[in-house]
Design a protein around this ligand. Structure first.
Ligand code: TYD
Ligand code: MG
Length: 417
């Protein structure tokens, strides 16, 4: 490892310091794939010379996604697909199904990184896909492929060639629950962008998520549906998510979450039921566990509801994740709806952060969120009353500005009658 570092140091040219104001800046050159859900996650296209890692569970669809991307951009530039896992015949079989005629892609089935680098020098592609980084090895290390040092060293070599020649390289990395040691985590600091491809393998819904991006917003997501002949983009995720919503049941509420640059309506489900024995259970999926516990405590203290004999579960439907407090109000509404067994009408949306005294606090992008609800045909939305600024006027949607979660309880009581 130390030897490696020395070599890199010696290779470097004498460095130069620039005066910041004299640095010329032009927007990085980007390659548009035409797959909008993919381009958006990268920050509107693939940056030339970028080094990107795409991680995900085995079988989730990483190879499929990148083969489709390769097919799209191969019309305009040279693409090399390196597979260390599948044979040329296997890839051809899949390509015939999902790419049809767009097959101007160089295919290399190889795991030796030195040979791969030679081929890159020879073919001079603009775009390279390495499937997967765990399958590759360098002759310089005696450890087995997939080990931490192999993964690091092979990735290092690829990064050097990407930066030197301005080639965009995508690494595929498997995430494994047990042995995540040599997985994508090892590489996160090294690459420009880290994407995760997620979803429940038993369902066809897939989410591409940016967790680190030097060239765009993080938390940006792209949504796909895995079908017979490959991945299909879902341009309107709100519509897709809500179309799977159960009707007239208690314990569900719709929230609007900003994912990267885009507002998306999501369904929060709660289940509040009597504890059979012992300590009550609490569980949160797609929402922060500690925040959920805190919101339950706020319900207990501020609304005087005793939950000490109740199990409480919360889940964001469709495998979505909410990483912002703007969903607090929705979590409270769905929990109360579950507790009182009163269904919330399907066209009501909740937006707002909740504080420890039960006060409803302002959130960012309120106009954007209400617009999304309006666009999706919602008739009523609950938002925080914000003193700092007025929100836009909206038509065809009733905007209820509230200060305290007691007002949500009153709303539910009103529905009971
Ligand atoms: P794959 O891209 O091989 O996953 P990964 O590279 O992440 O391991 O996708 C594997 C799964 O996707 C496989 O179980 C079958 C399914 N699939 C489809 O449903 N439709 C398709 O068109 C393709 C190519 C795959
Ligand atoms: Mg694969």
């Amino acid at each position: 490892m130390i030897e490696d570092f020395k070599n890199i140091r010696n290779d470097r040219k004498i460095s130069q310091a620039y005066l910041l104001k004299e640095v010329n800046f032009s927007e990085e050159e980007r390659i548009k794939t035409g797959i909008e859900e993919f381009d958006r996650v990268l920050g509107s296209g693939i940056v030339k010379g970028s080094f990107v890692l795409i991680g995900g569970d085995p079988g989730i669809g990483k190879s499929t996604l990148l083969l489709q991307v390769a097919g799209k951009i191969s019309r305009d530039m040279k693409v090399l697909y390196v597979s260390g896992e599948e044979s040329a015949q296997q890839i051809k079989l899949r390509a015939d199904r999902i790419l049809k005629e767009n097959q101007e892609i160089y295919l290399l089935c190889e795991t030796n990184i030195e040979k791969i680098l030679d081929k890159i020098e020879e073919i001079e592609p603009n775009f390279v896909i390495i499937d997967s980084i765990q399958a590759m090895y360098t002759e310089e290390s005696v450890t087995i492929p997939g080990s931490v040092s192999q993964v690091r060293q092979t990735a290092q070599k690829l990064m050097e060639i990407a930066k030197q020649k301005g080639i965009s390289i995508f690494l595929i990395g498997h995430v494994t629950k047990e042995g995540a040691i040599a997985g994508p985590k090892v590489l996160e600091h090294m690459v420009d962008t880290v994407l995760y491809f997620e979803g429940d393998r038993t369902q066809s819904f897939r989410i591409l998520r940016a967790v680190k991006n030097r060239f765009g917003a993080t938390h940006e997501i792209g949504v796909f549906d895995m079908e017979e002949d490959g991945l299909v983009e879902i341009r309107n995720p709100s519509e897709f998510i809500l179309s799977h919503r159960p009707k007239d049941v208690s314990g569900t509420a719709v929230v609007c979450s900003i994912q990267g640059t885009r507002p998306i309506l999501m369904e929060v489900q709660s289940l509040i039921c009597k504890t059979t024995f012992g300590v009550p259970r609490r569980m949160a999926t797609g929402f922060d566990y500690n925040r959920f516990i805190l919101l339950l405590a706020v319900i207990e203290k501020r609304l005087g509801i005793n939950l000490s004999q109740f199990d409480a579960y919360v889940n964001v439907a469709g495998g979505m994740k909410i990483q912002e407090p703007a969903a607090d109000l929705g979590v409270i509404a769905s929990s109360l709806s579950g507790y009182f067994n009163v269904p919330i009408p399907a066209d009501v949306c909740f937006i707002g952060e909740v504080g420890l005294t039960g006060e409803v606090k302002g959130v960012s992008n309120i106009d954007k969120r209400v617009s999304e609800a309006q666009k999706m045909g919602f008739s009523q939305v609950f938002i925080p009353e914000m003193k700092t600024r007025e929100i836009k006027k909206f038509e065809n949607i009733k905007v209820n500005k509230i200060r305290d979660i007691k007002e949500i309880m009153d709303f539910l009581r009103g529905l009971e009658k």
